[in-house]
Design a protein around this ligand. Structure first.
Ligand code: USQ
Length: 509
């Protein structure tokens, strides 16, 4: 059965509920909204459908997605026919990939971007190692090669709120995917200017967006990229629940006890960037509470990979890929280091554990969530990861694959950790909602994706681009504020390391 087949018009963005529902009865409970029936047996909640005005006033819970002709079966559950999805940050690593992915499945995609990511990376003396074209050429290639028409506007969502308003009014998106944030912890720790710029861009951009959605498209769902890093890595070993405590969680203290069910779980971010995501969480949560907006907060783990069928189809369709200290994520960086002969850089002990997800799997998750809008007033969160690894394990994996499949001489080094983070800690994370409630199945195998990256990075053009910007790989941004390259602490004995790692992983499995 499709994960959203029994969702009803109550969840659908085509519903027109305004003025007909007492929203005070909704909210954060996530409970089924109770229908109230008056003496004559009529329900009080009535709605109209913007897509099917001919049916007039009706009970929004009386029609389910699997009964509605506007919801058709797709690869990720029922999908609203030609659903209008606006992607904020459409020029980025995730945004561009999602645009082609959704476009290929029949969604009507629009997007905005201010090209900040291109500028930030350039400012750090780096570049995307996979070359990408200018937006006009990307749009033309999407049209020509995949038949996808994308409506694009160059807009800064914080600085140009009026323009964003006009575009939202024109498109009337039925879902808004919000990727338009600075994603880099190190970038936010460079100095006061960078910390302020990141928080302004992220926090205030999102706050303005919430007001715009309230005014213009309150029935659309906001699918907002948060981060697993909001939670941090509690040294107590407390599990990282999905955004909120489960119903049976309790707090015991001083011979008393309270229910924690439904409360936001504590946050312990580890950079000013991660703090911006925490602030976003509260702003989205409040907007749902005050104005009955619907929002998914995606607590995404560390992303990796280069592949979806669409971006791999042609060089002009490729998405960007960064490997510098600020904008490159760790697996992508390790593969680039392996290709260019830099020993893979474990920060500190290298025993940091994180949740990870491949680019293509993240796209599947996003689609499943777009297809399953929260109820009016509901703030919902998911932990979007598909595997949990220590960075040491990942370095061993990359080294093994690089050596065995590609004959590269690879080394692993421990370097000083420029960050303030626990580099040895417990980590228990729950990630059950996506597979259990939303039908997500992991499709991407870690080893295969690493091998794909090697293949691409070893092509002449990409390899040359890594070489050109090699100097941007070794970190020089310290959380303490000092500015110097990290020093090597130890060059590891690779064979012993791989043997230990294999033993550890065999035991854990
Ligand atoms: N690390 C190394 N060596 C490196 C790079 C990183 O040991 O060369 C370690 C870091 O110290 C950290 C872990 O690997 O413990 C992950 O680092 P990262 O740079 O790949 O990821 P992070 O800074 O945590 O941020 C990335 C994305 C961010 C997203 C986050 C999800 O850039 O946008 O929010 O992953 S999470 O980590 O789950 O918070």
């Amino acid at each position: 059965m499709e994960h959203n087949g029994k969702y009803t018009c109550w969840n659908c963005p085509a519903i027109d509920l305004a003025g007909k529902v007492d929203f005070r009865a909704c909210g954060q409970s996530g409970k089924q909204f109770e229908k109230k029936t008056d003496a004559s047996g009529e329900t009080q909640i009535l709605a109209e459908c913007k897509r099917r005005p001919e049916i007039g006033l009706f009970d929004p819970m009386s029609i389910s997605f699997d009964e509605c002709p506007e919801w058709i079966k797709g690869p990720c559950g029922y999908q609203l026919r030609n659903m209008r999805v606006m992607i904020l940050g459409i020029d980025g690593y995730l945004g561009w990939t999602l645009a082609l992915w959704l476009g290929g499945m029949g969604y009507r995609v629009s997007g905005v971007d201010n090209y900040n990511r291109r500028e930030w990376v350039k400012e750090r003396g780096a570049q995307t190692i996979v070359p990408i074209s200018r937006m006009n050429d990307r749009l033309a290639a999407a049209k020509e090669l995949l038949g996808i028409d994308i409506e694009f506007r160059q807009i800064d969502i914080f600085e140009q709120r009026q323009r964003l308003r006009e575009f939202i009014e024109e498109v009337r998106p039925e879902a808004v995917v919000h990727y338009a944030e600075c994603p880099s912890a190190p970038y936010s720790m460079i100095d006061a200017e960078h910390a302020i710029a990141v928080q302004k861009n992220n926090v205030l951009g999102t706050l303005g967006l919430l007001f715009t959605m309230k005014d213009l498209v309150p029935e659309s769902s906001l699918i907002k990229l948060g981060t697993m890093g909001e939670y941090g890595t509690p040294l107590t070993g407390r599990p990282l629940f999905e955004g909120m405590f489960p119903a049976d969680a309790e707090l015991h203290w001083d011979n008393r006890q309270w229910s924690l069910g439904g409360e936001l779980i504590p946050r312990d971010p580890h950079s000013f960037y991660h703090v911006s995501k925490v602030q976003d969480t509260f702003n989205c949560y409040e907007a749902c509470k005050y104005w009955w907006l619907r929002s998914f907060d995606i607590m995404q783990g560390v992303i990796f990979g280069v592949h979806t069928d669409q971006v791999a189809r042609d060089n002009r369709l490729r998405t960007r890929l960064d490997i510098d200290e600020c904008f490159g994520t760790v697996i992508n960086r390790f593969v680039a280091q392996a290709v260019t002969g830099i020993p893979l850089t474990l920060y500190g002990q290298g025993k940091q554990i994180r949740g990870y997800i491949a680019l293509r799997d993240a796209m599947q998750c996003m689609t499943r969530l777009i297809n399953a809008p929260p109820e009016p007033g509901q703030y919902a969160a998911v932990n979007q990861i598909s595997g949990i690894y220590s960075v040491r394990h990942l370095a061993c994996k990359v080294a093994q694959i690089g050596q065995k499949n590609f004959g590269l001489p690879i080394q692993i080094q421990r370097v000083e950790n420029p960050r303030v983070e626990a580099d040895e800690h417990p980590f228990e994370v729950l990630y059950e909602k996506l597979p259990k409630q939303f039908g997500f199945e992991t499709k991407v195998d870690l080893d295969e994706e690493i091998a794909r990256m090697f293949e691409l990075f070893l092509t002449d053009e990409v390899r040359a681009r890594i070489e050109q910007r090699k100097h941007a790989i070794i970190p020089r941004t310290w959380w303490s504020g000092i500015k110097r390259q990290v020093e090597q602490l130890e060059l590891l004995n690779l064979e012993a390391e791989i043997r230990d790692d294999e033993q550890l992983y065999t035991i854990n499995e």
